[in-house]
Design a protein around this ligand. Structure first.
Ligand code: GTP
Ligand code: MG
Length: 253
């Protein structure tokens, strides 16, 4: 179980929806390539080499680019974007792996318009398949007073902070310290997410971390704590969140 916590309106529900969209997209991509995830290596152009080039280009562009490229299978990269198929008899084939970046500049492109969300009153359970099934339990920000009833059986914890609204930092800090000192969460891996980095803010994330005394908090906490800067709206940093979840849930529940 992964707990997803944070004040109301920080973007927890949108994050879960975006993670689902990304995973659906990857699942379709791997299915289109015959379910085969290509590994680094060499192949013959025109057989699987050209397709390998396509995968490289698609993955570098976006998951949608990847899907489109695979559907178009066999169309040369040159025709679609000025990337020439490699002329040699053997050309590299790349792993169809997590793309490093899933974002577009306007927040509408790759992942589509952000789906609407409503304040979560209560709790939302969502299963995602990131190599194995991971259940994410979002607790609405308004449930803060009773979050602790849900700490049991928690392997990982995503704690979200609104990076566009430093006025709520002190409340987030109090919540975070409460979580880190809760005995049932002593073994959990913790990822602190600074969300909404697409919005302008008068304070940088580094300044916020320093205000939160985050280096000291991390040094003193029992848990393994990582941080990430993301935009659930644009998709920035979400592949990193999925990787982190995979690692945190590699064993156990
Ligand atoms: N600009 C921007 N808006 C975001 C981002 N993430 C979420 N939002 C918006 O913030 C608002 C609140 O998002 P939710 O996902 O409902 O927030 P929540 O944390 O689930 O809130 P509760 O369920 O009330 O605890 C919505 O309008 C989202 O579209 C982001 O990265 N950037
Ligand atoms: Mg919500």
């Amino acid at each position: 179980m992964c707990l997803l916590l944070g004040a109301t309106g920080v973007g927890k529900s949108l994050l879960v929806k975006r993670l689902q969209t990304i995973l659906r997209c990857w699942a379709r991509g791997t299915a289109a390539s015959g379910g085969g995830v290509l590994s680094h290596g060499w192949g013959t152009p025109g057989v699987n080499g050209a397709r390998g080039c396509w995968i490289l280009m698609g993955a570098a562009m976006s998951p949608w680019g990847l899907e489109w490229g695979l559907w178009s299978g066999g169309v040369s990269g040159e025709a679609q974007g000025g990337i020439r198929p490699l002329p040699a008899l053997l050309c590299p084939i790349w792993v169809l792996d997590f793309p490093a970046q899933l974002s577009s500049q306007d927040g509408k492109g790759d992942l589509g318009d952000p789906p609407p969300t409503r304040p979560t009153v209560g709790t939302n359970l969502t299963d995602i398949m990131a190599h194995k099934k991971i259940t994410i339990r979002e607790l609405g920000g308004c449930m803060g007073p009773i979050w602790s009833s849900y700490y049991g059986n928690c392997r990982s914890l995503l704690f979200m902070i609104d990076a566009s609204d430093p006025t709520r930092l002190s409340a987030s800090c109090a919540h975070l310290l409460g979580l880190l000192s809760a005995p049932p969460l002593a073994e959990a891996s913790v990822l602190i997410l600074f969300n909404k980095i697409d919005l302008p803010c008068f304070m940088t994330v580094e300044e916020m971390k320093s205000l939160l005394r985050l280096p000291d908090v991390i040094a003193c906490a029992k848990q393994n704590i990582a941080t990430a800067e993301i935009s659930a709206r644009k998709g920035t940093g979400l592949t990193g969140v999925l990787r982190w979840l995979q690692d945190a849930h590699r064993t156990g529940v």
